[in-house]
Design a protein around this ligand. Structure first.
Ligand code: SF4
Ligand code: SF4
Length: 83
């Protein structure tokens, strides 16, 4: 399941550089996560790095993008050029 950033985001900028998949970018008003690039950090880390650093805890799972660990790993292999 990809993660998403809610409108509680305070644009503090700390999550963007932590994402190993470059899935986070500045949107029109708040930061946004590209669900095609977010693997929940599967393939890189045990825990979602953005969630670890967000000071206002505004990065939940995105119910619109349900994926299990195997699907997240498959996504990681594709976007990292290993599949
Ligand atoms: S969970 Fe990982 S891959 Fe997904 S947006 Fe956060 S830092 Fe990037
Ligand atoms: S760390 Fe949280 S508050 Fe800061 S920009 Fe990212 S989502 Fe927004």
């Amino acid at each position: 399941m990809a993660l998403m950033i809610t409108d509680e985001c305070i644009n503090c900028d700390v999550c963007e550089p932590e994402c190993p998949n470059n899935a986070i970018s500045q949107g029109e008003e708040i930061y946004v996560i590209d669900p095609n690039l977010c693997t929940e950090c599967v393939g890189h880390y045990d825990e979602p790095q953005c969630q670890q650093v967000c000071p206002v805890d505004c990065i939940p799972h995105d119910p619109a993008h349900e994926e299990n660990k195997d699907e997240l790993m498959a996504k990681y292999l594709i976007i990292s050029g290993q599949a």
